[in-house]
Design a protein around this ligand. Structure first.
Ligand code: F6P
Length: 551
C-alpha cells in the first residue's frame, strides 16, 4: 500500500497509514456485538458520554472501542483537520472550486469582535446587517411598517428554495412556540404552482409581506414564484399599489434585486462566503427573525457560536462534531452502512431531517477530491428521518430487523415545551426504548425463556448491534437550536476533510438546471420543436406531454 504519514487533505484518504490502521480495528471490532462491548467495559457509558454546550451526548451505543476510536482520531490528525478548521475560521479560500472563503462561523461572532478577511472586517459587516434586520423586524412586528393600504402585516411569505428555504422553515417550525402568533408565516419553494397558490389563497394581500430570498437571485423557482406573488398582489390591490411595501429581498445580488423591481433599500445583504445551505443564520433568516424577534434570533446565534468555539478549540477526543463526523466515516467506509437516520423526539423539529439532507448531501455527495482525483472511498451517507414517535409506526421495523443497517441520531429534550398530561414521559420512554432495542435486541434464548411460541422465535429475534447516538438537551430554545445546527455543520465539515472533498460547492445540481432550461421552450413552443439533441426517451415524453396539453 502506498501509505504515508504526512498530513494531507488532497488525494485519496485511503493512502494514509491511519486509514489502514482504522481498517485493522474494523476487522477486529466488527466481530464484537454491542452487548459484548458493554459487558467488557463497565465504564463505557461514562467514558463515551460528552457534555458540550448544553448537549449531553451519549456515544456509547456505537460499534467502537477505545482503540478504534483513537485510530479514527489519528486519521483526523493525519488529514490535518486542525489546520483545516483554522483555515475555515480565518477565511482561507477553502472552497477551492469556487475560490471562496467559507465563513458562516463569522455570522455568529459576538458583537464587538472583529475578523479581518481580505482587508475587510466581516464581523462588522455581519452586525450592520443584523441591525438592519433587527430594526426592520421591530417595525413589522410592532405594526409600524404597514402595507400599501395602511394595514399592519399579518402574513409573511418567504419565497426561496434549497438553503434559502429549508433553514428558515425548519427553524421557524422549531421555534413556533416563541413566535409572534398573530402573524402567519408561510414558505414557498416549489416551482409547482400549487405551492404559491395554496400558500396565498386565504391571505389578504393588503396585510401580506413577501420576502424573496435568493443568494444569486437567478434561481428559476424563486424568481417565478416571486413574479406570481407580485401578480397575485396587484390583482388584489390594484396596479397602482405600492409594491415596495409588500416585497423585500435577501440576496448577494443587488443588481438582480433591482431589476426585479425591489428597491435595494429594502434589500438585506450577505456575502459570497456564505454557502446557501450554511445561510439560515444570515439575512436568509429574516423570516425567522420576524417570527421570533431579534432577541431570540440573537440567542440562537449565541448557541451557534458556543458550538463553533467548542469545535475550534476542543481536543479531538472530546470534540463532539469531530467524534460524530468520524463515526459517520467509520460506518460509511468500513461497515459500508449507506444511510444515516435522524430521529428527533420533538415535534417542533419535524423539518430538521429535511434541513440536514441538504446540509449533508449537497455538501459531501461528491466523488472527487479538491484536486479532481477520485475520492476512492464512499462519501456522504444518505440522510433521512422523521420525528418520533411517528417513524416507529412506519419504518422502524426495517431499522430493527431489516437487512440494511442505518445508524441513528436520537434527539430528545428533557423539558417539554408543551407539558400536558403524561405525553412527555411517554415520548421519552419511547426514545430510550428504541435506542435500547436497536443496540441490544432480543436473542432466541431470551425469547424462548419468555415463552415465545417456537414457530415465532425466528420472526421475533431482534438482532441488535445497530448503532445510535443519543443527544439529550434541556429544552428546545433558540440557543439550543443554534447549538444543534452548528453541531451538524461541523460534523459535515469534519467528514468533508477526511474525504478530501470540497464540501462547499454543488456542481452536481447544475446540469439538470441547464437541461430544464433547454427543454422549457420545446414544451411550450407553437411549432413542433426539434428534440433531436435529446435522447429518445426524453424526446418521447416531451412530445407526449405537448400532445396531451393540446400543443
Ligand atoms: O440548486 C442548488 C442551490 O444552488 C443550493 O445550493 C441553494 O441553496 C439553492 O440552490 C438556492 O439558491 P439561491 O439562494 O441562489 O436561490
Amino acid at each position: 500500500m502506498n501509505s504515508t504519514n504526512e498530513s494531507t487533505n488532497s488525494g485519496p484518504v485511503s493512502g494514509l497509514l491511519a486509514w489502514a490502521e482504522v481498517q485493522e480495528h474494523y476487522d477486529r471490532v466488527r466481530e464484537s456485538h454491542l452487548r459484548e462491548l458493554f459487558a467488557d467495559d463497565p465504564a463505557r457509558v461514562e467514558r463515551m458520554t460528552l457534555d458540550v454546550v448544553g448537549i449531553h451526548a451519549d456515544l456509547s451505543k456505537h460499534r467502537i472501542d477505545e482503540a478504534s476510536l483513537s485510530s479514527l482520531i489519528e486519521l483526523a490528525e493525519q488529514r490535518d483537520l486542525r489546520t483545516r478548521i483554522d483555515e475555515m475560521f480565518t477565511g482561507v479560500h477553502i472552497n477551492t472550486t469556487e475560490n471562496r472563503a467559507v465563513l458562516h462561523t463569522a455570522l455568529r461572532l459576538p458583537r464587538g469582535e472583529s475578523l479581518i478577511v481580505d482587508g475587510v472586517d466581516v464581523a462588522a459587516q455581519v452586525h450592520a446587517v443584523l441591525d438592519q434586520m433587527g430594526s426592520f423586524a421591530d417595525r413589522v412586528r410592532s405594526g409600524e411598517w404597514t402595507g400599501s393600504t395602511g394595514k399592519p402585516i399579518r402574513a409573511v411569505v418567504n419565497i426561496g428554495i434549497g438553503g434559502s428555504d429549508l433553514g428558515p422553515v425548519m427553524a421557524y417550525r422549531a421555534l413556533r412556540h416563541v413566535s409572534k402568533r398573530d402573524v402567519q408565516f408561510r414558505f414557498v419553494s416549489n416551482i409547482d404552482g400549487t405551492d404559491i397558490v395554496e400558500s396565498t389563497h386565504d391571505l389578504d394581500a393588503a396585510e401580506t409581506l413577501f420576502i424573496v430570498s435568493s443568494k444569486t437571485f437567478t434561481t428559476q423557482e424563486t424568481i417565478t414564484n416571486a413574479e406570481s406573488a407580485r401578480s397575485w398582489l396587484l390583482a388584489q390591490l390594484g396596479s397602482d399599489a405600492d409594491v415596495a411595501k409588500h416585497f423585500v429581498a435577501v440576496s448577494t445580488n443587488a443588481d438582480a434585486v433591482q431589476s426585479f423591481g425591489i428597491d435595494t433599500k429594502n434589500m438585506f445583504g450577505f456575502w459570497d462566503w456564505v454557502g446557501g445551505r450554511y445561510s439560515m443564520d444570515s439575512a436568509i433568516g429574516l423570516s425567522l427573525m420576524l417570527a421570533v424577534g431579534p432577541d431570540a434570533f440573537e440567542d440562537m446565534l449565541a448557541g451557534f457560536h458556543a458550538m463553533d468555539e467548542h469545535f475550534r478549540y476542543a481536543d479531538f477526543d472530546g470534540n463532539l462534531p469531530v467524534l460524530m463526523g468520524l463515526l459517520g466515516v467509520w460506518y460509511r467506509d468500513f461497515f459500508n452502512y449507506q444511510t444515516q437516520v435522524v430521529l428527533p423526539y420533538e415535534q417542533y423539529l419535524d423539518r430538521f431531517p429535511a434541513y440536514l439532507q441538504q446540509l449533508t448531501m449537497e455538501s459531501n455527495g461528491k466523488s472527487v477530491t479538491h484536486d479532481g482525483t477520485p475520492v476512492g472511498v464512499d462519501t456522504s451517507a444518505i440522510w433521512w428521518g422523521e420525528p418520533g414517535t411517528n417513524g416507529q409506526h412506519s419504518f422502524y421495523q426495517l431499522l430493527h430487523q431489516g437487512t440494511s443497517i442505518s445508524p441513528a441520531d436520537f434527539i430528545m429534550f428533557v423539558q417539554p415545551v408543551n407539558d400536558i398530561g403524561d405525553h412527555h414521559d411517554k415520548l421519552i420512554a419511547n426514545v430510550l426504548a428504541q435506542a435500547n432495542v436497536m443496540a441490544f435486541g432480543r436473542n432466541d434464548d431470551e425469547l424462548r425463556a419468555a415463552g415465545t411460541a417456537e414457530d415465532l422465535v425466528e420472526h421475533k429475534v431482534m438482532p441488535g448491534d445497530r448503532p445510535s447516538t443519543t443527544l439529550m438537551l434541556d429544552r428546545l430554545t433558540p440557543y439550543a437550536l443554534g447549538t444543534l445546527i452548528s453541531l451538524y455543520e461541523h460534523v459535515v465539515f469534519t467528514q468533508g476533510v477526511i474525504w478530501g472533498v470540497d464540501s462547499f460547492d454543488q456542481w452536481g445540481v447544475e446540469l439538470g438546471k441547464a437541461m430544464a432550461g433547454q427543454l422549457l421552450p420545446a414544451l411550450s413552443a407553437d411549432d413542433v420543436p426539434d428534440l433531436s439533441g435529446f435522447d429518445s426517451s426524453t424526446a418521447h415524453l416531451a412530445m407526449r406531454y405537448r400532445q396531451l396539453r393540446g400543443r
